[in-house]
Design a binder for this molecule. Structure first.
Ligand code: PGA
Length: 241
């Protein structure tokens, strides 16, 4: 059984009030793993608060002439357990390519930091019937360079991110099962596949109940602790045999 995982992607926002409280909704529970992804400047505060903490991106190289970047090795030394790889905002705004993202995931595995790899098609790609081709290319590039190392995937259709429009449960299950089918035997059943894109308490139950959905990557609603708390509670009740 895969334990549900809820990840808070705070993007370029400060941690919400109370994130470090004893009863913060951003702490892992018995039934749900919770990980926060703050900006680089807030990593230390989250680690000090004893939250499971990951970085929103990193550079695959160990060190060197990469102005503005931070290496996985540095993040590991700081105490980060996870790193997001290839969020669509990184792909769009910073031109991150499948190959760069795969190199980052491979480096993270080597360094003992868990990569959370984001994949997903744009609206045009879905409307022109290419959604599976795009996701296949993204997943296969990662799988080819990580040789059955431990992976977490987040399926985030770009058209669902920050738009208030979710993928339907049917679209979500179909794509999650497809992603799982692309994984090597050695990791297929144990790899968590999260859904991301406008998750709210209202839609969480229908999504988390799906066979191949193991939790969520939550953006906007993770900045509202009350909403986030409800999402974590719903995930806790959605454990599947
Ligand atoms: P959203 O963001 O929940 O605001 O759509 C999700 C994400 O970008 O990871």
């Amino acid at each position: 059984m895969r334990k549900p995982l809820i990840a808070a992607n705070w993007k370029m926002n400060p941690p919400p009030a109370g994130f470090d409280a004893k009863d913060s909704p951003f702490r892992s529970t018995k039934t749900v793993d919770v990980i926060v992804f703050p900006t680089f400047v807030d990593l230390q505060a989250c680690l000090d608060a004893k939250l499971d903490t990951g970085a929103q991106c990193a550079h695959a190289a160990e060190k060197g002439a990469h102005t503005g970047d931070v290496s996985v090795r540095m993040l590991k030394k700081l105490g980060c357990s996870h790193v997001l790889c290839g969020h669509s905002e990184r792909r769009q705004e910073h031109g991150e390519t499948d190959v760069q993202i795969a190199m980052l995931a491979a480096t993270a595995i080597r360094q003992g930091v868990q990569p959370v790899v984001c994949v997903g098609e744009s609206r045009e790609e879905r409307e022109s019937g290419q959604a599976k081709d795009v996701v296949k290319r993204q997943v296969e590039t990662i799988v080819a360079s990580t040789v059955s190392g431990s992976l977490i995937f987040a399926y985030e259709p770009v058209w669902a991110i920050g738009t208030g429009t979710n993928a339907t449960p049917e679209e979500t299950q179909e794509m999650h099962a497809f992603i799982r089918s692309l994984l090597p035997d050695a990791i297929r059943d144990k790899t968590p596949i999260l859904y991301g894109g406008s998750i709210t308490p209202a839609c969480a139950q229908a999504l988390f109940a799906l066979q191949d959905v193991d939790g969520g990557l939550v953006g906007g609603a993770s900045l509202k602790p009350e909403e986030f708390k409800k999402i974590v509670e719903i995930a806790g009740k959605s454990r599947k045999a």
